[in-house]
Design a protein around this ligand. Sequence first.
Ligand code: ZN
Ligand code: ZN
Length: 289
Amino acid sequence: MDQPPTPKRLDSFSERTCWVCFATEEDEPGSDWTCPCMCRGATKWVHQVCLQQWIDEKQKGSSSIDVSCPQCQYPYQILYPSASPFLVCYEYLNRAITFSAPMILAGLTASSIYWVSFTYGIAVATVSLGRERSIAFFGNPESSILALTLPLLPWAVLSVKLVRLEVQALKFWYRFISPALYSLAKRIPILKSMATGHNPQKKFMAAPVAVLPFLSRCLLGTFSLPLIASTIGYALSYILKSQSSLRRTLLGGSIYLLLSYIAKISIEHHRGRLVGASPPTMATDYNFP
Ligand SMILES: [Zn+2]
Ligand SMILES: [Zn+2]
């Protein structure tokens, strides 16, 4: 109102610049312009299409989100064409699904994990106890507690795998057992020459592992353990003539774990390195492993 007529005319024609795409009236003649907020001057103009796109980006598909001008903060009044009841219902349904989808997905994932864990627990129990005893076991009304304890089984096995017992054993060896052996050897005349030149402060450092292959190996190892244990146990039953399924599986599992940990420890010892050792020569390093 208080602006002189000449600038107003210029403002409405040649000085219009879209604050979204920075194009002027001359750049894109014939496009639809709008000034939807309280901004003044050249910056108040924006292309209708540009503003629509900008609002769509801000709302990310949810028309219930309020959008305001980034400069004057005036809330845009968005008028949607009147929709049929069907479309309105669809929009509400769509919003409800979008809102609850992450929670539903999380719930489904959690229940899948629970059921896989539970099935694993049942498989372990069936394999270990044998068919008859496991039926009696699960038929017990007291066994509702099993629904809580069985699913924990695979996680217990997995966590043992994840801490890498072989690495912990080697660390323990080099921290406590190895120094004790060296100090003992120093006191025994025949072994004295072998123990000299050693640094008892040696520490074991595990070789780094790639996370994803390691995790998938741990998972696979966890899920195959009952099968391997029962297979070895079954094979041993021909030699031992043991009738107890539980004893067979436990024996099979123990033998398998013992052998696999011996292999793992020797591989880990070979791959890892010792830190803090005085000149590591082959002769001294391998006298006392
Ligand atoms: Zn524009
Ligand atoms: Zn504004």
